[in-house]
Design a protein around this ligand. Structure first.
Ligand SMILES: Cc1cc2nc3c(=O)[nH]c(=O)nc-3n(C[C@H](O)[C@H](O)[C@H](O)COP(=O)(O)OP(=O)(O)OC[C@H]3O[C@@H](n4cnc5c(N)ncnc54)[C@H](O)[C@@H]3O)c2cc1C
Length: 419
C-alpha cells in the first residue's frame, strides 16, 4: 500500500533522487464479485468509490475503466471550478462541491493544485448587468460569494480587454466570484484513485463493460472484456457514453453525446490572473501554471462519439478569443482536443436510482462536471449505499422531465447570454 506523502517523503526522495516513488494505486486482478461495481474511471467514478469506502465503509468496490483512468473528460477539461448557480437544486450542490474542493488536497493527501483565482464574467450590455445583479443577489442570499463590478473595477482586474470606443462588444462591467478558480484535473483523478485504493477499492483499467447481467428487472453484474463480474449494485459514471452503457440495461436516457473542444496557446508570462468568461458568447479562458492560455467555447453541435473536433468550431472560438482579448491575435495556438459531453435537455445532471433495480446513474454533466466531481462522488455514494437520494442530489432524478421538475440552467457555462 502506498505510504502518505509528506515533507519527509519529499526530503527522502530529494536526498536519494534515484529511488523510485511507490506505485500510487494498486493494479489488482478483478475478483469474480463485488458489493458495488462502478463503470467508468473518470473523476466521478473514482470519487464515488472513494466516498463509498470513506463515508459508508463499503470497500468491496471495483471501478472498471475501459482505458486508463482519467482518459475521458476528467483529463480533457478546462479545469474551471465555481459555484455561481441560481436555481434551487443546483445552488447548494455546487457550493458544497466548491467547499469540498477547498479541502481536497488535504483530504486526499495529494496536491490537486486548487487555485482560487476568481472567475470574472464580463457583461457587454446594460441588460446583462441587470441579469448579473440578479444572479449575484441570489448567490449572496444563498451564502455564496459574488461581487458586481462596474466598468472601472473590471478594467483594474482585466486591463487587457478592449475598452476602446470602437470595441465590437463594449465592456459594461462584470460579475466576480472570488472563490472560483481552477484545479489540476489529472491530479484530482490520481488523488481519488490513490486514496480509494488505500481504502481497498479495486481500480481495474483496460476493462470495458460490454453488457449487463440481468435477473428480471434487477442488475446482478456486468460482462466485461476481462470476463463476467458479479455485483450487488452497479453505478454508471461514463459521461459521454451514458446512453450507450444505460442501453445495455434496456434504459433510454434523455442524453445526447456531443463534442466539446478545448485549446491551449504557446506559454507566455503571467498575464491573465483570473478565469475570464464572456457575456457576448460562450467563451472561457484561464492561464495555466505553464503559461499557456487554456480556453473553450460551445459544443460542436451534432451528435457523435468521435472525440475529435471540427474546424468550423475552431474558427468560432478563435473569433471569440480575439474579440474579447485582442492581444490573442498575436499568439500561436499549440494544441486543441475534444471530449464527449453528455448533454441533457435542461443542462443539469443525473445522480439517481434508475427504473432498473440496483442500477444507479451518474451522468448528464454537460459543461460542468469537473467542478461537480467531489459533490457528485459524495452524493452518488450516498445514493448507492442507502438506495435513496441525498438532500443535495434530490432533484437530479431521471423522472424530473415527466414531473415538470426541470432544472433549467442550461449548460450554466452559457448562462451569461441565455438569460
Ligand atoms: C473540452 C472540455 C472542457 C470542459 N471544461 C470544463 C470545465 O472547465 N469545468 C467543468 O466543471 N467541467 C468541464 N467539462 C466537463 C467535465 O470535464 C466533465 O463533465 C467531467 O469530467 C465528467 O467526468 P466523468 O468522470 O463523469 O467522465 P469521464 O472523465 O469522461 O469518465 C468516464 C469514463 O468512463 C469510461 N467508459 C466509457 N464507457 C465505458 C465502458 N463501457 N466500460 C468501462 N469504462 C467506460 C471512459 O473511458 C472514461 O474514462 C469540460 C469537458 C470538456 C470535454
Amino acid at each position: 500500500m502506498a505510504k502518505g506523502y509528506s515533507v519527509f517523503s519529499l526530503l527522502k526522495h530529494a536526498l536519494k533522487p534515484d529511488s523510485a516513488w511507490p506505485q500510487a494505486w494498486e493494479k489488482p486482478q478483478p475478483r469474480s464479485s463485488y458489493d458495488v461495481v462502478i463503470i467508468g474511471g473518470g473523476g466521478h467514478g473514482l470519487a464515488t468509490a472513494y466516498y463509498l469506502a470513506k463515508n459508508h465503509g463499503i470497500t468491496n468496490v471495483a471501478v472498471l475503466e475501459r482505458s486508463y483512468i482519467g482518459s475521458g473528460n476528467a483529463g480533457r477539461n478546462t479545469t474551471i471550478i465555481r459555484s455561481n448557480y441560481m436555481i434551487g437544486g443546483n445552488t447548494n450542490f455546487f457550493e458544497f462541491s466548491l467547499k469540498l474542493w477547498e479541502g481536497l488536497s488535504h483530504e486526499l493527501n495529494y496536491n490537486c493544485m486548487v487555485s482560487h483565482r476568481g472567475q470574472v464574467v464580463v457583461a457587454v450590455s446594460p441588460v446583462q448587468m441587470d441579469v448579473f445583479a440578479r444572479r449575484g443577489n441570489i448567490m449572496r442570499l444563498n451564502g455564496i460569494d459574488a461581487e458586481l463590478l462596474d466598468r472601472g473595477e473590471t478594467q483594474k482586474l482585466l486591463p487587457y480587454l478592449d475598452y476602446s470606443k470602437e470595441a465590437r462588444f463594449p465592456v459594461w462591467g462584470a460579475i466576480h466570484q472570488p472563490r472560483a478558480g481552477t484545479a489540476r484535473h489529472d491530479a484530482m483523478v490520481w488523488g481519488y484513485a490513490r486514496a480509494a485504493s488505500q481504502l481497498g477499492v479495486h481500480i481495474i483499467e483496460n476493462c470495458e463493460v460490454t453488457g449487463m447481467v440481468m435477473d428480471g428487472n434487477r442488475v446482478t453484474g456486468v460482462e466485461t472484456t476481462r470476463g463476467r463480474i458479479n455485483a450487488g449494485k452497479v453505478g454508471i459514471a461514463v459521461a459521454g457514453h451514458s446512453s450507450h452503457v444505460a442501453r445495455m440495461a434496456g434504459l433510454k436516457l434523455p442524453v445526447e453525446s456531443h463534442i466539446l473542444q478545448a485549446f491551449v496557446t504557446e506559454p507566455v508570462k503571467p498575464i491573465v490572473h483570473h478565469v475570464v468568461s464572456w457575456g457576448a458568447e460562450l467563451f472561457y479562458l484561464s492561464q495555466s501554471d505553464k503559461g499557456g492560455l487554456v480556453f473553450g467555447g460551445h459544443i460542436d453541435g451534432f451528435n457523435t462519439y468521435t472525440q475529435r473536433g471540427q474546424f468550423f468550431k475552431i474558427r468560432d472560438v478563435m473569433e471569440c478569443a480575439v474579440s474579447l482579448m485582442p492581444f490573442m491575435s498575436r499568439m500561436r495556438l499549440l494544441r486543441h482536443w475534444g471530449g464527449i459531453q453528455d448533454m441533457t435537455p435542461d443542462g443539469s445532471p443525473f445522480i439517481c436510482r434508475t427504473p432498473v433495480d440496483k442500477l444507479y446513474l451518474n451522468g448528464g454533466w454537460c459543461y460542468q462536471g469537473f467542478k461537480a466531481t467531489p459533490a457528485s462522488g459524495w452524493t452518488f455514494a450516498h445514493t448507492i449505499a442507502h438506495d435513496a437520494e441525498h438532500d443535495l442530489n434530490r432533484d437530479f432524478t431521471l423522472d424530473r422531465f415527466e414531473k415538470g421538475g426541470e432544472l433549467d440552467e442550461f449548460g450554466i457555462g452559457n448562462w451569461t447570454y441565455k438569460q
